[in-house]
Ligand binder design. Structure first.
Ligand code: FMN
Length: 249
Protein backbone atom coordinates (compact mmCIF):
# COMPACT_ATOMS: atom_id res chain seq x y z
CA UNK A 1 0.00 0.00 0.00
CA UNK A 2 1.46 3.33 -1.05
CA UNK A 3 4.71 1.76 -2.27
CA UNK A 4 8.07 2.00 -0.58
CA UNK A 5 8.85 4.71 1.92
CA UNK A 6 11.69 5.76 4.12
CA UNK A 7 10.49 6.83 7.56
CA UNK A 8 13.56 9.07 7.85
CA UNK A 9 12.42 11.10 4.86
CA UNK A 10 9.24 12.84 5.94
CA UNK A 11 8.08 13.88 2.45
CA UNK A 12 8.27 10.39 1.02
CA UNK A 13 6.76 8.89 4.16
CA UNK A 14 3.84 11.34 4.32
CA UNK A 15 3.12 11.12 0.61
CA UNK A 16 3.14 7.31 0.68
CA UNK A 17 0.08 7.28 2.95
CA UNK A 18 -3.06 6.70 0.96
CA UNK A 19 -6.62 6.02 2.05
CA UNK A 20 -7.17 2.26 2.31
CA UNK A 21 -10.54 1.02 1.06
CA UNK A 22 -10.13 -2.73 1.29
CA UNK A 23 -8.84 -4.62 4.32
CA UNK A 24 -7.82 -8.12 5.29
CA UNK A 25 -9.95 -9.68 8.05
CA UNK A 26 -6.84 -10.02 10.27
CA UNK A 27 -7.50 -8.55 13.71
CA UNK A 28 -5.52 -5.55 14.97
CA UNK A 29 -4.00 -5.99 18.44
CA UNK A 30 -5.49 -3.74 21.14
CA UNK A 31 -1.97 -2.54 22.02
CA UNK A 32 -1.51 -1.33 18.44
CA UNK A 33 -4.76 0.64 18.56
CA UNK A 34 -3.67 2.19 21.84
CA UNK A 35 -0.27 2.97 20.34
CA UNK A 36 -1.66 4.86 17.34
CA UNK A 37 -4.05 6.76 19.61
CA UNK A 38 -1.10 7.67 21.84
CA UNK A 39 0.81 8.87 18.76
CA UNK A 40 -2.25 10.84 17.72
CA UNK A 41 -2.10 12.60 21.06
CA UNK A 42 1.36 13.99 20.31
CA UNK A 43 -0.32 16.57 18.03
CA UNK A 44 -0.68 20.23 19.03
CA UNK A 45 -3.95 21.21 20.71
CA UNK A 46 -5.92 24.36 21.53
CA UNK A 47 -4.78 25.29 25.05
CA UNK A 48 -3.88 21.60 25.31
CA UNK A 49 -7.55 20.82 25.91
CA UNK A 50 -7.73 17.82 23.53
CA UNK A 51 -11.38 18.59 22.83
CA UNK A 52 -12.25 15.21 21.33
CA UNK A 53 -13.02 11.62 22.34
CA UNK A 54 -12.75 8.35 20.43
CA UNK A 55 -15.07 5.34 20.39
CA UNK A 56 -13.23 2.17 19.36
CA UNK A 57 -15.65 -0.21 17.64
CA UNK A 58 -14.44 -3.77 17.20
CA UNK A 59 -15.86 -7.28 17.48
CA UNK A 60 -19.61 -7.45 18.11
CA UNK A 61 -20.02 -3.67 18.43
CA UNK A 62 -18.34 -3.12 15.07
CA UNK A 63 -20.49 -5.83 13.46
CA UNK A 64 -23.74 -4.45 14.93
CA UNK A 65 -22.95 -0.95 13.71
CA UNK A 66 -22.09 -2.22 10.24
CA UNK A 67 -25.41 -4.10 10.04
CA UNK A 68 -27.32 -1.04 11.26
CA UNK A 69 -25.58 1.29 8.79
CA UNK A 70 -26.17 -1.10 5.89
CA UNK A 71 -29.85 -1.29 6.85
CA UNK A 72 -30.11 2.49 6.83
CA UNK A 73 -28.22 2.71 3.56
CA UNK A 74 -30.76 0.35 2.01
CA UNK A 75 -33.38 2.99 2.82
CA UNK A 76 -31.19 5.64 1.24
CA UNK A 77 -30.92 3.70 -1.98
CA UNK A 78 -34.64 3.87 -2.44
CA UNK A 79 -34.46 7.66 -2.30
CA UNK A 80 -34.13 9.69 -5.46
CA UNK A 81 -31.37 12.17 -6.24
CA UNK A 82 -28.03 12.42 -7.87
CA UNK A 83 -25.08 11.14 -5.87
CA UNK A 84 -24.95 10.11 -2.25
CA UNK A 85 -25.73 13.53 -0.84
CA UNK A 86 -28.77 13.85 -3.10
CA UNK A 87 -29.97 10.55 -1.70
CA UNK A 88 -29.33 11.58 1.87
CA UNK A 89 -31.22 14.80 1.26
CA UNK A 90 -34.18 12.95 -0.19
CA UNK A 91 -34.31 10.54 2.69
CA UNK A 92 -33.90 13.37 5.19
CA UNK A 93 -37.10 14.89 3.86
CA UNK A 94 -39.00 11.63 3.64
CA UNK A 95 -37.91 9.57 6.61
CA UNK A 96 -36.44 11.98 9.10
CA UNK A 97 -32.86 10.78 8.57
CA UNK A 98 -29.93 11.47 8.88
CA UNK A 99 -29.77 11.91 12.61
CA UNK A 100 -26.65 14.06 12.71
CA UNK A 101 -24.16 16.22 10.86
CA UNK A 102 -26.71 17.84 8.58
CA UNK A 103 -23.89 19.84 6.98
CA UNK A 104 -23.06 16.85 4.77
CA UNK A 105 -26.43 17.04 3.04
CA UNK A 106 -25.59 20.46 1.63
CA UNK A 107 -24.21 20.55 -1.90
CA UNK A 108 -20.58 21.59 -2.20
CA UNK A 109 -19.86 25.28 -2.66
CA UNK A 110 -18.95 26.09 -6.26
CA UNK A 111 -15.37 26.83 -5.17
CA UNK A 112 -14.97 23.16 -4.22
CA UNK A 113 -17.09 21.36 -6.80
CA UNK A 114 -14.30 20.81 -9.40
CA UNK A 115 -12.04 19.05 -6.89
CA UNK A 116 -14.84 16.97 -5.45
CA UNK A 117 -16.02 15.92 -8.94
CA UNK A 118 -12.48 15.05 -9.95
CA UNK A 119 -11.90 12.58 -7.11
CA UNK A 120 -15.28 10.92 -7.73
CA UNK A 121 -14.64 10.61 -11.45
CA UNK A 122 -11.10 9.28 -11.09
CA UNK A 123 -11.98 6.83 -8.33
CA UNK A 124 -14.92 5.35 -10.27
CA UNK A 125 -12.89 5.22 -13.44
CA UNK A 126 -10.06 3.41 -11.60
CA UNK A 127 -12.61 0.81 -10.50
CA UNK A 128 -14.17 0.56 -13.97
CA UNK A 129 -17.50 1.92 -12.74
CA UNK A 130 -19.53 3.91 -15.26
CA UNK A 131 -21.06 7.13 -14.01
CA UNK A 132 -24.51 5.96 -15.16
CA UNK A 133 -24.18 2.61 -13.37
CA UNK A 134 -26.11 3.51 -10.22
CA UNK A 135 -26.14 -0.05 -8.90
CA UNK A 136 -22.34 -0.34 -9.08
CA UNK A 137 -21.90 3.10 -7.52
CA UNK A 138 -24.27 2.21 -4.68
CA UNK A 139 -22.43 -1.06 -4.06
CA UNK A 140 -19.15 0.81 -4.04
CA UNK A 141 -20.45 3.39 -1.55
CA UNK A 142 -22.01 0.69 0.63
CA UNK A 143 -18.51 -0.62 1.34
CA UNK A 144 -18.19 2.40 3.63
CA UNK A 145 -20.78 0.76 5.86
CA UNK A 146 -18.80 -2.46 6.01
CA UNK A 147 -15.88 -0.25 7.02
CA UNK A 148 -14.25 -1.62 3.87
CA UNK A 149 -13.75 -4.90 5.75
CA UNK A 150 -11.61 -3.32 8.48
CA UNK A 151 -11.83 -5.05 11.86
CA UNK A 152 -11.72 -1.74 13.74
CA UNK A 153 -13.68 1.48 13.27
CA UNK A 154 -12.83 4.57 15.31
CA UNK A 155 -15.53 7.21 15.79
CA UNK A 156 -14.15 10.65 16.53
CA UNK A 157 -16.29 13.09 18.51
CA UNK A 158 -15.44 16.76 19.07
CA UNK A 159 -16.40 19.06 21.93
CA UNK A 160 -19.22 21.33 20.79
CA UNK A 161 -17.99 24.35 22.79
CA UNK A 162 -14.84 24.88 20.70
CA UNK A 163 -16.42 24.67 17.25
CA UNK A 164 -13.88 24.75 14.44
CA UNK A 165 -10.95 24.66 16.83
CA UNK A 166 -12.14 21.33 18.21
CA UNK A 167 -12.43 20.03 14.62
CA UNK A 168 -8.96 21.38 13.88
CA UNK A 169 -7.51 19.61 16.94
CA UNK A 170 -9.30 16.41 15.96
CA UNK A 171 -7.86 16.71 12.45
CA UNK A 172 -4.34 17.10 13.78
CA UNK A 173 -4.90 14.09 16.04
CA UNK A 174 -6.31 12.11 13.16
CA UNK A 175 -3.38 12.80 10.88
CA UNK A 176 -0.80 11.80 13.49
CA UNK A 177 -2.82 8.67 14.19
CA UNK A 178 -3.02 7.81 10.49
CA UNK A 179 0.70 8.32 9.92
CA UNK A 180 1.46 6.25 13.00
CA UNK A 181 -0.80 3.48 11.68
CA UNK A 182 0.94 3.74 8.30
CA UNK A 183 4.35 3.36 9.97
CA UNK A 184 3.05 0.15 11.57
CA UNK A 185 1.89 -1.34 8.26
CA UNK A 186 -1.74 -0.53 8.98
CA UNK A 187 -4.12 1.19 6.57
CA UNK A 188 -6.74 3.80 7.44
CA UNK A 189 -9.52 5.74 5.78
CA UNK A 190 -11.35 8.71 7.28
CA UNK A 191 -15.09 8.26 6.76
CA UNK A 192 -17.54 11.12 6.67
CA UNK A 193 -20.00 8.54 5.33
CA UNK A 194 -20.56 7.14 8.81
CA UNK A 195 -21.10 10.53 10.45
CA UNK A 196 -24.74 10.84 9.43
CA UNK A 197 -26.14 8.37 11.96
CA UNK A 198 -24.68 9.49 15.26
CA UNK A 199 -27.59 8.00 17.21
CA UNK A 200 -26.54 4.49 16.19
CA UNK A 201 -23.04 5.05 17.58
CA UNK A 202 -24.42 6.60 20.77
CA UNK A 203 -26.41 3.43 21.40
CA UNK A 204 -23.15 1.50 21.71
CA UNK A 205 -20.94 3.86 23.74
CA UNK A 206 -21.22 6.18 26.75
CA UNK A 207 -20.79 9.60 25.14
CA UNK A 208 -21.40 12.99 26.79
CA UNK A 209 -23.94 15.25 25.07
CA UNK A 210 -21.18 17.88 24.93
CA UNK A 211 -19.57 15.99 22.07
CA UNK A 212 -20.75 15.46 18.53
CA UNK A 213 -19.62 12.99 15.87
CA UNK A 214 -17.05 14.31 13.40
CA UNK A 215 -16.24 11.20 11.36
CA UNK A 216 -15.16 7.58 11.46
CA UNK A 217 -11.73 6.13 10.71
CA UNK A 218 -11.37 2.50 9.69
CA UNK A 219 -8.18 0.75 10.71
CA UNK A 220 -6.76 -2.60 9.62
CA UNK A 221 -4.29 -4.40 7.40
CA UNK A 222 -4.60 -3.39 3.73
CA UNK A 223 -5.44 -6.04 1.15
CA UNK A 224 -3.87 -6.19 -2.32
CA UNK A 225 -7.23 -5.10 -3.77
CA UNK A 226 -7.33 -2.85 -6.82
CA UNK A 227 -8.95 -0.01 -4.90
CA UNK A 228 -5.85 0.25 -2.72
CA UNK A 229 -3.72 1.01 -5.78
CA UNK A 230 -5.70 4.20 -6.38
CA UNK A 231 -3.75 7.41 -5.90
CA UNK A 232 -5.91 10.49 -5.39
CA UNK A 233 -4.49 13.53 -7.14
CA UNK A 234 -2.66 16.00 -4.93
CA UNK A 235 -2.84 19.66 -5.70
CA UNK A 236 0.29 21.81 -5.75
CA UNK A 237 1.20 24.49 -3.17
CA UNK A 238 0.61 27.22 -5.78
CA UNK A 239 -3.08 26.28 -5.77
CA UNK A 240 -3.50 27.27 -2.14
CA UNK A 241 -0.88 29.97 -1.57
CA UNK A 242 -2.53 33.38 -1.68
CA UNK A 243 -1.12 36.22 -3.77
CA UNK A 244 -0.14 39.42 -1.99
CA UNK A 245 -2.49 42.32 -2.61
CA UNK A 246 0.46 44.43 -3.73
CA UNK A 247 0.99 42.11 -6.72
CA UNK A 248 -2.47 43.05 -8.06
CA UNK A 249 -1.61 46.73 -8.32
C1 FMN B 1 -12.90 14.03 7.14
C2 FMN B 1 -12.75 13.08 5.98
C3 FMN B 1 -13.83 12.29 5.61
C4 FMN B 1 -13.70 11.37 4.56
N1 FMN B 1 -14.75 10.56 4.24
C5 FMN B 1 -14.61 9.56 3.33
C6 FMN B 1 -15.66 8.62 3.12
O1 FMN B 1 -16.73 8.69 3.72
N2 FMN B 1 -15.43 7.61 2.25
C7 FMN B 1 -14.24 7.48 1.56
O2 FMN B 1 -14.10 6.55 0.78
N3 FMN B 1 -13.22 8.37 1.74
C8 FMN B 1 -13.37 9.39 2.62
N4 FMN B 1 -12.34 10.27 2.87
C9 FMN B 1 -11.04 10.06 2.20
C10 FMN B 1 -10.76 11.11 1.13
O3 FMN B 1 -11.53 10.84 0.00
C11 FMN B 1 -9.25 11.05 0.81
O4 FMN B 1 -8.52 11.41 1.95
C12 FMN B 1 -8.86 11.98 -0.34
O5 FMN B 1 -9.47 11.56 -1.53
C13 FMN B 1 -7.34 12.02 -0.54
O6 FMN B 1 -6.84 10.73 -0.78
P1 FMN B 1 -5.71 10.05 0.13
O7 FMN B 1 -6.24 10.00 1.55
O8 FMN B 1 -5.52 8.69 -0.45
O9 FMN B 1 -4.50 10.92 0.06
C14 FMN B 1 -12.46 11.25 3.88
C15 FMN B 1 -11.39 12.07 4.25
C16 FMN B 1 -11.51 12.97 5.28
C17 FMN B 1 -10.32 13.81 5.69
Amino acid sequence: MGGQFNAHDFSSFASSRRSTRDFLPNPVADELIERIIADGLTSPSWSNTRPFVVAVAKGDVRDRLSIEFLKRFELLKSAQGEGIFGKIKALFRRKGLPTSNWLVIRPYHKDLIPRSRRIGKELYSHMGIEREDKKARDEFWARNYEFFGAPVELFLFTHKSLGKFAASDAGLFMQNLMLSAHSQGLGTCAQGAVAVWEDAVRKEFKISKNYSLLCGICVGYPSEGKINQFGANRITPSEIILPEKNNDR
